[in-house]
Design a protein around this ligand. Structure first.
Ligand SMILES: Nc1ncnc2c1ncn2[C@@H]1O[C@H](COP(=O)(O)OP(=O)(O)O)[C@@H](O)[C@H]1O
Ligand SMILES: O=C(O)C1=C[C@@H](OP(=O)(O)O)[C@@H](O)[C@H](O)C1
Ligand SMILES: [Mg+2]
Length: 396
């Protein structure tokens, strides 16, 4: 039977089987093949996508190439033994869907690999001036430390910086967002790279690029149009599977209680610390000090940020650590649980809060950070049941 799937080597976990099954309702395989097998494999008429390291290597074994694939010099889709490049057309669709204009813009493209070639091709076709940025000096590229000398209005990241599990990396530090109209990051995992978190302009993430290139390939395979509604539904399904719900907010605001009531399998960051250290939070503060606790809290934030589809409850002070927040935001939707301090009842297991005054003071110190990081705000001044109803409404 003709094969339908993705060829590459090595092939790790991929979202492609889910996406292609979503659009065409057919089983899609991950076909990890050796380079010496390419020739015989490609002699048959099968519907394939191609990934690293074969996007260029398949070309000699194909019958023909689309004009785009020929010009780019890389193929990611094969149908009836003809090679196409839907990284290019998928990227063009991303720009169109978001109204990002490329004509006459100076666009910085970071990275010089296959994706960069396909994307630069589209940008040039749409009338942009492309400036490639690379770590090493090459023809027609500038180095990172030369970025300050050039004028640009848009940026595309085609490097793997920020990709899971290195979620604290980003090219943001080189960029001046005040002059940027738009940004595309092609890194598809995590959902919200550090670059997207820090982007001070409209942006598109890599998951959308992945879905749109797959949709373009499926149109070629099936001869059917994939509608915008189907694309949005696929993106929602992928986000739903990958996204964590992360509760932030003041101590005693009700984070742990709401998290447990919402999902019995909650991941409680403070409990992980207690388990790993073999000490209660109070004892840990007493014996090792707050700085030690914050270091542990960062480690645990990194650990839990690798999870998917979980409900995570944090300690009230996690927002003090920017790096911890980068990790938690990467796959997390952050819900700020808000409860009036007058309603809180002091408990003796919270070392930082001996009196209500402590709570008022700390709240003044932290409220701007909670507001900055919150994707959603949740009022918890009525019953827990009412908070849950309101949360479900907000998550729809
Ligand atoms: N809506 C609410 N109604 C009544 N009690 C609440 C409510 N929200 C929280 N509490 C109580 O407040 C205390 C602190 O809640 P907790 O979930 O531990 O807060 P956090 O994890 O944010 O520090 C708990 O005793 C909890 O039962
Ligand atoms: O506000 C804080 O800095 C803290 C809050 C506590 O968690 P809760 O927010 O669950 O009380 C716990 O992490 C630790 O005592 C520090
Ligand atoms: Mg708690």
């Amino acid at each position: 039977m003709a094969k339908f799937g993705l060829i590459g080597h090595p092939l790790s976990h991929s979202k492609s089987p889910f996406i292609h099954h979503f659009f065409l309702g057919k089983e899609y395989s991950l076909l990890d093949i050796q380079e010496r097998e390419l020739k015989s494999f490609l002699a048959e008429d099968q519907d394939l996508n191609v990934t690293i390291p074969y996007k260029e290597k398949v070309i000699p074994f194909l019958k023909n190439l689309s004009p785009e694939a020929r010009e780019i010099g890389a193929v990611n889709t094969i149908h009836h033994r003809v090679g196409y490049n839907t990284d290019a057309s998928g990227f063009a669709d991303c720009l169109k869907a978001h109204g990002f204009k490329a004509k006459d813009k100076n666009v910085l493209v970071f990275g010089t690999g296959g994706a960069s070639k396909a994307i630069s091709y589209i940008l040039r076709q749409e009338g942009a001036n492309v400036q490639l940025v690379s770590r090493y000096k090459k023809e027609n590229t500038i180095l990172y430390d030369e970025i300050g000398k050039v004028n640009y209005q848009a940026v595309v990241n085609c490097t793997p910086l920020g990709m899971y599990p290195n979620m604290n990396e980003s090219i943001a530090k080189y960029l001046d967002f005040s002059r940027m109209e738009w940004l595309v990051d092609i890194v598809a995992n995590p959902l919200r790279t550090k670059l997207l978190q820090e982007a001070g302009c409209p942006s598109i993430g890599g998951l959308e690029m992945l879905v749109r290139q797959a949709a373009k390939a499926d149109e070629i395979f099936s001869g059917k149009m994939i509608s915008e509604e189907e694309i949005q539904a696929c993106l929602r399904a992928l986000c739903f599977e990958q996204r964590n719900i992360v509760f932030i907010g003041m101590a005693m605001a009700g984070k742990s209680t709401i998290a447990k009531a919402f999902d019995a399998q909650t991941v409680e960051m403070d409990e992980i610390i207690v388990e790993q250290e073999g000490l209660s939070i109070s004892r840990l503060f007493q014996e090792k000090g707050e700085a030690y606790f914050r270091k542990k809290e960062l480690e645990v934030a990194k650990e839990v940020s690798r999870l998917n589809h979980q409900v995570i409850s944090t300690g009230g002070g996690v927002i003090l650590n920017e790096e911890a927040m980068t990790y938690l935001r990467a796959n997390g939707l952050l819900v700020w649980v808000k409860r009036d301090i007058d309603r809180m009842i002091l408990e003796n297991n919270r070392p930082l809060y001996a009196s209500k005054e402590d709570l008022y003071r700390v709240y003044q110190e932290r409220k701007e950070r909670y507001a900055y990081y919150a994707d959603v705000e949740l009022d918890n001044n009525r019953s827990i049941e009412e908070a849950i109803v309101s949360l479900k409404e907000k998550l729809k």
